[in-house]
Design a protein around this ligand. Structure first.
Ligand code: HEM
Length: 229
């Protein structure tokens, strides 16, 4: 007995390591417009197709400000000792708080705008993460993976497109990673291997709870992205 039940069925991606499991779940939650090859999700009713986005500098600045609030929370959590597994994710090279601070300053100087005070979806997401990180490390790790890896993939595409529309093609610091640490590809590979190591210590039930958190991550990051639309 004990064979053939839900708990013993192999999960997609399982053989390649836990990151591949998380990736599989995440890719399916994209819409077809976002990820034509793997996306399967219906777009949420409150979202606008990217084709119809009408970004402005004001909206984009608000997005950067809210994103910074969220990344600050993420980086604070990793630096906390809320769980012993977080320490491995300190100083990965993926951190986005200081690049965002530079971009916000650049926006203010270049366009004469005043950055709004963060009080929206980025703060909401950050507060949510701080609570979650104390009680549920596997669920927190799901958000950590999705936020940083989404930014390196779809986030970069969006950055390029929006910059062409409203910033004369200027590449923001938010979309640059330090070459001194091997650049984005090396940081992603290092973090992937650390994520796989962390998940080695989890039961199947903890892994599943982590995977199930993916939709929440899409929902909360989606609210952030909608600031641009
Ligand atoms: C990967 C697009 C939003 C999580 C990708 C890929 C694309 C994409 C094109 C690359 C697939 C590949 O070639 O391997 C988009 C677009 C988005 C969006 C256009 C919004 C407009 C999100 C959100 C999340 C997310 C909200 C989760 C919070 C991920 C993850 C990957 C990914 C985890 C895998 C990255 C990797 O394999 O390293 N996305 N995405 N994406 N996306 Fe998104």
């Amino acid at each position: 007995h004990g064979h053939g039940g839900a708990s013993s069925r192999p999960r997609p991606g399982e053989k390649k390591g836990f990151v591949e499991e998380m990736r599989f779940v995440a890719m399916k939650l994209h819409t077809r417009e976002q990820a034509p090859k793997e996306g399967e999700a219906k777009p949420p009713p409150e979202s606008k197709p990217m084709m119809q986005w009408e970004p402005t500098r004001e909206k984009y600045l608000a997005y950067l400000v809210e994103s910074k609030a969220m990344y600050e929370a993420m980086e604070e959590i990793v630096a906390s000792k809320a769980s012993p597994i977080y320490e491995a994710f300190l100083d990965t090279g993926l951190e986005r708080t200081s690049p965002l601070a530079k971009d916000i300053e650049w926006f203010e100087k270049t366009y004469g705008l005043t950055a709004p005070v963060a009080d929206g979806p980025g703060v909401e997401y950050g507060n949510f993460l701080k609570e979650l990180a104390k009680t549920s490390p596997p669920e927190f790790i799901c958000h950590f993976y999705n936020v940083y890896f989404a930014h390196s993939a779809g986030g970069r595409m969006i950055g390029r497109k929006v910059s062409e529309m409203i910033l004369n093609g200027k590449e923001l610091e938010f979309y640059k990673w330090e070459e001194s640490r091997g650049g984005l590809e090396q940081s992603l590979a290092d973090v992937k291997s650390k994520l796989n190591d962390a998940a080695e210590g989890w039961s199947r039930e903890e892994k599943d709870r982590c995977l199930e958190e993916t939709s929440k991550s899409f929902q909360m990051s989606g609210q952030l992205l909608r600031l641009i639309a």
